[in-house]
Design a protein around this ligand. Structure first.
Ligand code: NAP
Length: 286
């Protein structure tokens, strides 16, 4: 069994990005990312701070825009319009979730698709589905990068994706289809989850239920990717982050498995930097 080390790979990717940003700077282009945070959700603040830190380390200019919890949708849309028109900004990320009085879909659609480094705009979603090159959501993109790094080609594999959110499961499914895996997709209404997961050569889980995948749900020799991140508030793992896979009992059955933490999580930020670099290059047709 091999542990897929997303932490080490993310550092490697970040170094590659730094080299590329250094090259671009010689031509007078500094990739720029704007991160918009509405409200004061502590988890969102932590994510935004770590995104800013990673940008700086990779030579990417980052601008943090904070708005009060009660900011109107109109003000937010106005701010996004200004960022769309700002040539020093190549990527725009609106930290989710937004307060309830704001229409998230409307806000995401207001971002210029060429600056949509989260890959959530319908135009980019459409291009992913049709197999066109585009900005792709960071977490599933990070999963594909891990697979590539370890020489795991999804082509022809029986893959099972558990979870169908717009940010994780659906784009993951489309990337696997584009890579010509045979994909089974499961969600909360799937009748017999185990019947599907236990047939998979490649099992990718992004649900948000700690340790939901047990050894009897996994095929011997499978490649298992754990996207779930759950902070435990009770029991043996109190205060720790755990995934959706019961790593301790499942790992021995796998050929490859991602840990939590240190698996998919660090790759998500690395892919955000990568998307920002791609958007900057696209802006000058590189
Ligand atoms: P989400 O929007 O809540 O979606 C969860 C998905 O799981 C839904 O599609 C849901 O099905 C499905 N589901 C719920 N219960 C299920 C069950 N018993 N059996 C099978 N499927 C079930 O969550 P998300 O935003 O996609 O995030 C999922 C997990 O990934 C969370 O732990 C989150 O923290 C983590 N995450 C990690 C990263 C990273 O960087 N590693 C990034 C994003 C998210 P329905 O659609 O039918 O309700």
């Amino acid at each position: 069994m091999t542990i897929l080390d997303g932490k080490a790979l993310s550092n490697k990717v970040k170094e590659e990005i730094k080299k590329e940003t250094d090259e671009l700077k010689k031509e007078g282009i500094i990739p720029g990312l704007a991160v918009v945070l509405v409200g004061s959700d502590p988890a969102s603040q932590t994510y935004v701070a770590s995104k800013e830190k990673s940008c700086t380390a990779a030579g990417i200019f980052s601008e943090k825009i904070t708005m009060n919890e009660d900011a109107t949708e109109e003000r937010l849309l106005d701010r996004i319009a200004k960022l769309n028109a700002d040539d020093s900004i190549h990527g725009i990320l609106v930290q989710l979730p937004l307060p309830e009085h704001i229409d998230t879909a409307k806000v995401l659609e207001a971002i210029d698709p060429k600056k949509d480094v989260d890959g959530f705009h319908v135009s980019n979603v459409g291009q992913l589905v049709t197999g066109e090159p585009t900005l792709v959501p960071c977490t599933p993109l990070g999963v594909m990068r891990i697979l590539k790094e370890y020489g795991i080609d999804p082509m022809g594999m029986d893959a099972c994706v558990v979870g169908v959110s717009n940010i994780v499961g659906k784009p993951m499914t489309n990337l696997l289809i584009n890579a010509r895996a045979t994909v089974t997709v499961c969600h909360s209404k799937t009748k017999d989850l185990k019947a599907h997961t236990s047939r998979a050569d490649l099992l990718i889980v992004g649900v948000g239920i700690p340790h939901m995948i047990k050894p009897d749900m996994v095929k011997e020799g499978a490649v298992v990717i754990d996207i779930g991140i759950n902070r435990m508030t009770w029991g043996k793992y109190e205060g720790k982050l755990v995934g959706d896979i019961d790593f301790e009992t499942v790992a021995d059955k796998c050929s490859f498995i991602t840990p939590v933490p240190g698996g998919v999580g660090p790759m998500t930020i690395a892919m955000l930097l990568k998307n920002t670099l791609s958007a900057a290059k696209m802006s000058v047709n590189k």
